[in-house]
Design a protein around this ligand. Structure first.
Ligand SMILES: [Zn+2]
Length: 436
């Protein structure tokens, strides 16, 4: 194994040297050989009928098409399957390898997933499988630990936080991080339906891919420590953790692809897609997928929005509650979902155009923490106010806003102080939902 690692280091150095020479295939390959393992494992999890529909193209998808975005310079004939028609001069789409910001990631998913569906519907299975290979590749790269640290592809910044032993001072860690020797088994994993149209599938895949990127980050330190300690088992097992999550989302994407192409959906899964809770989505203020401090002097604590809870005194997470109208009266209800935040807070959510009809949310101030609070709630899109409520305090009944989404591609949820000292401004966006 030491020989293997030394070899990988040399390859990394060679890749870097080629980069310095201006050669095109600089960027990391992504999982490299593991792409094949991950895609094959995902294909294995598909229902038998889907496998039969793909025929011989399924094996090719797993063994070679999933590598297409890395081979755009060497395989010129197939390069078009990893290129955007709208950008004919861009041969190597970096976004297919490193997780891009929301709008670009959505567009890449929508385009390549849409191409795969359309080609499959037209009976062109080879073309469909090549596009499906590109979709698999990007979802795998976005969930790969070596690709999960923003702006630090070779982990040179990371090494400042986790100083390497002498022998790894000059190692570019990208390749060692992603080239492991793990095996994969999804056991009885049953792929999920992500959409009934290309657009809602792309949107749901985008949000799920964010979770896979964040999960991959959790594997980075174990892998690097394993490398530093020369413990292959530790390295392989952390890589395997990330690869399982990657194989699951690829299985979901491939399963959804055929369901949409055939317009055949399990009724329960289709019904579940009628509305989408966005409270767990990353706002555009978090393009690198970690919640930033919204403003330094925000109240009643330091401006960190929390999903599904609110931070009492900035330290104790407590359940979200609102005063909700019930019959003739009002009762305090604990919410199953929502966002707890302070003022002044702005959270902007990416919305796919023309997929959902409306957005509903119940706004108010936490009844037990916010008796002294006074908050104004506003929903804007590109500067236009679409809905508002307030000023509300914890003694007021929560209000439900219902926003028409025609032409809307982003929603900005703004909670601002309506006076007072702000100590009680425990603002809540309850059950924020997109509805078809
Ligand atoms: Zn790649």
């Amino acid at each position: 194994m030491r020989v293997h690692r030394a070899k990988m280091c040399r390859i990394s150095m060679m890749v870097f040297a080629l980069f310095l020479l201006g050669m095109p295939f600089v960027d990391a390959q992504g999982w490299g050989a593991p792409h094949v393992i991950i895609t094959r494992t995902a294909c294995d999890a598909l229902p038998q009928r889907h496998k039969e529909l793909w025929g011989k193209e399924l094996a090719a998808l797993g063994s070679s098409y999933c590598l297409l975005p890395d081979q755009v310079y060497s395989d010129k004939e197939k390069a078009k399957f990893a290129q955007l028609e709208s950008q004919p001069k861009v041969v190597y789409q970096v976004g297919l390898h490193l997780p891009p910001a929301h709008a670009e990631a959505y567009e890449l998913l929508r385009y390549f997933f849409g191409k795969a569906v359309a080609e499959f519907q037209a009976g062109r299975k080879y073309e469909a499988a090549c596009y499906a290979g590109t979709v698999s590749h990007m979802l795998e790269d976005w969930s790969c630990p070596a690709h999960a640290v923003p702006g630090d592809n070779m982990f040179t910044l990371f090494k400042q936080f986790l100083p390497p032993p002498e022998e790894h001072q000059d190692t570019l860690l990208h390749s060692p991080l992603e080239n492991g020797k793990f095996t994969l088994d999804l056991k009885d994993y049953k792929p999920h339906l992500y959409g009934t149209t290309v657009e809602d599938a792309a949107f749901n895949l985008l949000n799920k891919s964010h979770a896979t990127t964040v999960f991959a980050r959790g594997q980075v330190i174990p892998i690097i420590n394993g490398l530093y300690e020369k413990n292959d088992d530790v390295v392989n097992s952390a890589q395997q953790n990330a690869a399982i999550v990657g194989a699951e989302i690829v299985a979901d994407a491939l399963y959804t692809l055929i369901c949409i192409a055939e317009q055949k959906f399990e009724p329960q899964a289709e019904a579940a897609l009628q509305s989408v809770d966005i409270s767990g989505n990353y706002p555009l203020e978090a393009p690198k997928l970690y919640m930033p401090q919204s403003s330094f002097f925000s109240k009643p604590y330091w401006g960190y929005a929390k999903v599904g809870k609110i931070l009492k005194d900035g330290k104790d997470a407590v359940p979200l509650k609102l005063r909700i109208k019930k019959g003739q009266g009002v009762e305090i209800q604990q919410l199953a979902s929502g966002i707890g935040t302070g003022t002044h807070s702005v959270l902007t959510y990416f919305i796919p155009a023309d997929v959902y009809k409306s957005f509903t949310v119940t706004v108010g101030v936490h009844p037990e923490l916010g008796a002294e609070g006074r908050v104004n709630f506003q929903i804007k899109s590109n500067g236009v106010i679409l809905g508002k409520a307030g000023p509300l305090s914890g003694a007021d009944t929560a209000q439900t806003l219902d926003i028409n989404l025609k032409g809307v591609t982003n929603l900005q949820l703004i909670a601002s102080s309506a006076g007072g000292d702000g100590k009680g401004n425990y603002a809540i966006w309850g059950s924020p939902k997109l509805v078809k």
